[in-house]
Write a new protein. Structure first.
Length: 159
């Protein structure tokens, strides 16, 4: 059985975006494309309606490309406690209220038994400073917290 990975919106955005002139972002885009082609087949990917909604925003052409890249991925239904977990993250100050979607990504993945949450959002998601608090909070609701990481952290060396 393959590990399950929740693809958060920033990943598909980097995957489908025109190459950036910013060297850091361009590097992240290249890593994402390599992860998508080389590592994705090792996982059972999933997304949520929230990812689809976010991916469709912005430039119509870019939104179309993002939605096409996600078209074949199963869409998770938020578990019963997803809203409660997200609200608790906000109330405890782990994620700012205006970024409730970031809390929802975590809670949807957790309530669906996802192993990894893949993201380039290092401010509110793949952030080492808040990860242990998020993990503890999710576990207090009786769920395992997915490992929240970037594509670079979820790549295997190819021999």
């Amino acid at each position: 059985m393959k590990p399950k990975v929740y693809i958060e919106t920033t990943v598909v955005s980097y995957y489908t975006a025109w190459p950036s002139r910013d060297v850091v972002i361009a590097g992240h885009q290249q890593i994402t494309r390599e992860w998508w082609s080389q590592s994705l087949p090792r996982f059972d990917p999933a997304i949520s309606e929230l990812v689809m909604e976010e991916a469709g925003r912005g430039d119509p052409q870019a939104g179309k490309a993002r939605l096409e890249a996600l078209a074949d991925f199963p869409i998770l239904v938020p578990g019963n406690d997803a809203g409660l977990i997200a609200d608790a993250m906000i109330e405890k100050g782990l994620i700012p209220r205006e970024y409730i979607n970031d809390a929802l990504h975590i809670s949807i993945a957790a309530t669906n038994g996802i192993d990894y949450l893949l993201t380039w959002n290092c401010r509110h998601l793949a952030n080492a400073i808040i990860q242990s608090s998020i993990r503890s909070l999710v576990e207090s609701f009786g769920y395992a917290c997915p490992v929240i990481c970037t594509p670079e952290e979820l790549m295997e060396e190819l021999i």
